[in-house]
Design a protein around this ligand. Structure first.
Ligand code: C2E
Ligand code: MG
Ligand code: MG
Length: 621
C-alpha cells in the first residue's frame, strides 16, 4: 500500500513535470539566440526527459520530431513517428479526431489534457498531455509533452471503487441489499425538499412484520433471515422504480412514495404490499406465513420534516397493530393523543410495579346446581395513588406490548399462591384458583418452569391452579404456523397437572376441534353472550350450542358475567356447569374471601343481590 502511494506521487510529480517541459519548449525560441552550447544543453535535456515530447506541424499535425521517451513509450522508432499525425498517436474519450485536433490547437502549456496514447502494439496508455504553440525557424510548430499516468489512473480508479464500495456498505443493509437507515437519513430530507420545490406530496410507509420475533425465536435466525430477504424482494417488487424501500433494521421497513398525486396511490401500494406478503414463504421446505402492519404519514399534511413524518408513520403503524395487524392505517392526530396516553400508562405502570400498587382480587365460580364455590378467578387490580382503581382493560394491552406483562404475570402467580398458602394456614378449605395468562407470557417466558418453581416454594399442588387463556393466545399462533411455543407450553402445563380454561369463548375462533386436541378442561362463555341471554334468541341459540358441543367433548362450561337470576335459571336449563358474575359476588380482596372458602353453598340475600347489581363496573370495595 505504501509502495503504491509512493509510486502514485512519483507519477503525479511526472505529470507536473510535463507542464514544466512544455514551458521549456515554449522558451526554446528565446534560447535560439543564446549561445550554441546552451542551446545544445537544452536540446539534450528535452531529448533525455522522462516525459515523451513531440514536435508537430501546427497546421497538419504531422509529427516532425520525438524524444526518446516518446519513442520508448509508443514502441515506434523516430522514423515511424515521423510518418504519423498526432491524432494517430493520441486519442481522447470522444474518439473524435476533429475534436481532438481542436483541443490540441486551443491548448496552452498551463493546462493538462487527459488523453490516451496508442502504442505500436495496439495497447493504450493513459497520458496527461500539455501542448504549446512554438515558432521556430519561422515555422509554427506544436510542442507536445506526454506523461504516462496509467498507474496513477489505475490507483485512482481502485481508490474510487473502494470508496464507492465503502459508501455502499455504509448505506445498504447487508442481508437484504436494500438501502439502510443512513441512506434514508440522507435521502428523505432531499426528497422532502424536492416535494417542497415542486409542490408535490410524498408518503412515508412504516412497515413492521407481524410476529416476526416469534418466528425468529421458534425457527431460528437463519430461517428469520431467509424470510426477511424474501419479504424485502416482495416489497421492492410492489413499488415503482423511483420509490425508495429501506430496511430500518430488524423487521422494520420504510417505503417512501414520491410524487403522490392521489391518496389512491398510497392505498393501492399498501394493499399490494399486504397482498404480496400474504403468500407463504417456503423456507427449508416448510411454509411460513407472515403479515405486515403498515402506518402511513403524508408530506405535507402530517409533517414537514423527516423526524415528524417517521414518528407519525410509526404511530400509525402501532394503530394498525392494534387493529388486529395485517392492515394499514393513515396517521390521524387522534393517534398522537392515544400514543401519549400509552406512553403515560407505560411509565406509571412501571412505577406501579416498583411501588407495589398492584393487587389481586378474587371472584368465585359457582356450581349452577349446588351453588357451591368450585373455584376462584384471580383478577389483577391496580390501585393508582391518584386515579384510584384502574381497570385491567386499560393497562393489560400496554403491559403486553411492552413486555411488562411478564413480570406482572409472575407477580400475580406469586401473590395467588401466597394467598392460597395463607388461606390454608387459616384452616379455610381451598378451591382451585384460575389465573389469566396472556399470549405474551406463553411466548416470552418459561411459564411452566415459573409455575413449577412457585408451587414448590409455596408448598402447593398443581391441582390448585388453573390457567385461563384467551382463544387468540392459542389460535393466532397456529394461524402463523409457527405456534409451537404456545402449544408446547400448554402441553407442559397439562403434564404438570395444571388445568386449562379457554376464556372469552365465542368471541374469537371458537374452534371446538382444537379444544379437544389440547384436552382443554373448561370453556368460559363470554359475558357478551350471557348479557342478553333472556331476551335475545340468537344469543340463547349460541350459548345452547356451545354448551351442547362442549358437553359432548367432555369439557366443562363456565358462563361469565351473570348478573341476574333469570340468566342463571336459563343457564341451568341449558345444562351449563358453572357460573361467575356479580350476582354471586364482585371480585374481592384476599382477606375478604372467607365466605368463598367453606363447604357451605354460596347463597345470596336480597340485600346482597341489590348490592352486587349496584356495583356493576366498579372494583373492590
Ligand atoms: P376476564 O378474564 O374475562 O375476567 C372477567 C371480567 O369480567 C373481570 O373484569 C370481572 O371483574 C368482570 N366481571 C365478572 N362478573 C361480572 C358481571 O357480572 N358483570 C360485569 N359487567 N363484569 C363482570 P376485570 O377484572 O376488569 O378484567 C378484565 C379482563 O382483564 C379479564 O377478563 C382478563 O382478560 C384481564 N385480566 C384481569 N386480570 C388479569 C391478569 O392477572 N393477567 C392477565 N393477563 N389478564 C388479566
Ligand atoms: Mg378470565
Ligand atoms: Mg372472560
Amino acid at each position: 500500500m505504501q509502495a503504491s502511494g509512493l509510486e502514485a506521487s512519483l507519477v503525479v510529480g511526472g505529470a507536473l513535470g510535463g507542464i514544466a517541459i512544455a514551458f521549456l519548449c515554449a522558451r526554446l525560441r528565446r534560447f535560439g539566440s543564446a549561445t550554441a552550447a546552451a542551446a545544445n544543453h537544452f536540446r539534450a535535456a528535452i531529448e533525455q526527459a522522462p516525459q515523451g515530447v513531440l514536435i508537430a506541424d501546427a497546421t497538419t499535425l504531422r509529427i516532425l520530431s520525438a524524444n526518446r521517451a516518446a519513442q520508448r513509450s509508443s514502441g515506434y522508432s523516430l522514423r515511424e513517428l515521423r510518418g504519423l499525425r498526432v491524432p494517430q498517436l493520441l486519442t481522447d474519450d470522444t474518439q473524435d479526431p476533429d475534436a481532438l485536433v481542436a483541443k490540441l490547437r486551443a491548448a496552452d502549456a498551463r493546462s493538462l489534457i487527459s488523453m490516451r496514447q496508442r502504442c505500436k502494439d495496439g495497447s493504450l496508455l493513459d497520458v496527461d498531455v500539455a501542448a504549446n504553440h512554438v515558432t521556430s525557424d519561422a515555422r509554427e510548430v506544436l510542442a507536445i509533452t506526454m506523461s504516462d499516468v496509467t498507474l496513477r489512473r489505475k490507483i485512482e480508479s481502485q481508490l474510487l471503487e473502494k470508496q464507492q464500495h465503502l459508501d455502499h456498505l455504509a448505506h445498504h443493509d447487508q442481508l437484504t441489499g436494500l438501502p439502510n437507515r443512513h441512506y434514508l437519513a440522507a435521502h428523505l430530507p432531499e426528497a422532502i425538499a424536492d416535494a417542497r420545490r415542486t409542490g408535490s406530496s410524498l408518503a412515508v410507509l412504516f412497515l413492521d412484520l407481524d410476529r416476526f420475533k416469534h418466528i425468529n425465536d421458534s425457527r431460528g435466525h437463519e430461517v428469520g433471515d431467509q424470510l426477511l430477504k424474501t419479504v424485502a424482494q416482495r416489497i421492492r417488487s410492489t413499488v415503482r422504480t423511483e420509490d425508495v424501500v429501506v430496511r430500518m433494521g430488524g423487521d422494520e421497513f420504510i417505503v417512501v412514495l414520491k410524487n403522490v398525486k392521489t391518496p389512491k396511490l398510497v392505498n393501492d401500494t399498501a394493499v399490494r404490499i399486504n397482498e404480496a406478503l400474504a403468500a407463504p414463504v417456503v423456507v427449508d421446505g416448510r411454509p411460513l406465513v407472515t403479515t405486515v402492519s403498515i402506518g402511513v404519514s403524508l408530506y405535507p399534511r402530517d409533517g414537514t420534516d423527516m423526524g415528524e413524518l417517521l414518528r407519525r408513520s410509526d404511530t400509525a403503524m402501532y394503530q394498525a397493530k392494534d387493529r388486529g395487524r395485517n392492515n394499514f392505517q393513515l396517521f390521524s392526530p387522534v393517534m398522537d393523543h392515544k400514543l401519549k396516553e400509552r406512553i403515560a400508562v407505560e411509565a406509571s405502570l412501571r412505577a406501579a410495579i416498583e411501588q407495589q400498587q398492584l393487587d389481586v382480587h378474587y371472584q368465585p365460580i359457582i356450581d349452577i346446581e349446588s351453588h357451591r364455590v368450585m373455584g376462584l378467578e384471580a383478577l389483577l387490580r391496580w390501585k393508582h395513588p391518584m386515579h384510584g382503581f384502574v381497570a385491567p382493560g386499560r393497562f393489560i394491552r400496554v403491559a403486553e406490548e411492552t413486555g411488562l406483562i411478564v413480570p406482572i404475570g409472575e407477580f400475580v402467580l406469586d401473590r395467588v399462591m401466597q394467598d392460597a398458602a395463607t388461606w390454608r394456614q387459616m384452616g379455610w378449605s381451598l378451591v382451585p384458583v384460575a389465573v389469566n395468562i396472556s399470549a405474551v407470557q406463553l411466548q416470552r417466558s418459561d411459564l411452566p418452569g415459573t409455575i413449577r418453581k412457585l408451587l414448590h416454594r409455596h408448598g402447593l399442588k398443581p391441582g390448585m391452579l388453573q390457567v385461563e387463556l384467551t382463544e387468540s393466545a392459542v389460535f393466532e399462533h397456529r394461524e402463523a404456523r409457527s405456534g409451537e411455543s404456545s402449544e408446547d407450553a400448554i402441553s407442559k402445563l397439562r403434564q404438570l397437572g395444571v388445568r386449562i380454561a379457554i376464556d372469552d369463548f365465542g368471541t374469537g375462533y371458537s374452534s371446538l376441534s382444537y379444544l379437544k386436541r389440547w384436552r382443554v378442561d373448561f370453556v368460559k362463555i363470554d359475558r357478551s353472550f350471557v348479557r342478553d341471554l333472556v331476551t335475545d334468541m340468537s344469543d340463547l341459540a349460541i350459548v345452547g350450542a356451545i354448551i351442547a358441543m362442549a358437553r359432548h367433548l367432555n369439557i366443562q362450561v363456565i358462563a361469565e358475567g351473570i348478573e341476574g337470576w333469570q340468566q342463571l335459571e336459563k343457564l341451568r336449563q341449558l345444562h351449563c356447569d358453572q357460573a361467575q358474575g356479580f350476582l354471586f359476588s364482585k371480585p374481592l380482596p384476599a382477606a375478604q374471601c372467607r365466605r368463598f372458602l367453606s363447604e357451605v353453598p354460596l347463597d345470596l340475600t336480597e340485600d346482597e343481590l341489590f348490592q352486587s347489581l349496584d356495583a356493576t363496573g366498579s372494583y373492590g370495595r
